[in-house]
Write a protein that binds this ligand. Sequence first.
Ligand code: 5GP
Ligand code: ZN
Length: 114
Amino acid sequence: MADCLFCKIRDGEIPAKLIHQDDRALAFHDLHAQAPLHALVIPRRHIATLNDAAVEDEALIGHLARVAAEIARDAGYAESGYRTVFNVNRGGGQTVFHLHLHVLGGRALEWPPG
Ligand code: 5GP
Ligand code: ZN
């Protein structure tokens, strides 16, 4: 989608530190990391928010979650713990409107989040 930051990262038009890529998803480090591990897992296909995920996207969303777990495991946080977050729309803290799953680990994560 034109003017989508994460579509541009997917297409290599904007550089990012890639962690994972496959036929459905890619993952890269967040530019403004909020924890020692802060990755973003995105679908290759542009989906604006979780609200726009259809029944047909259930397997894709599950895949994003599994990729997130793999990244956390590879970083050594499977046992100690980590957090995955979909921010949805402005009130949920979403600033980039291409679906992405945050993966945060490596520090104590408080609950509830701010
Ligand atoms: P949101 O606030 O939409 O849930 O998350 C968007 C995330 O994208 C933020 O954590 C922000 O730091 C990250 N971000 C914004 N611009 C860039 C960029 O150009 N490259 C990377 N790798 N991350 C970005
Ligand atoms: Zn996009």
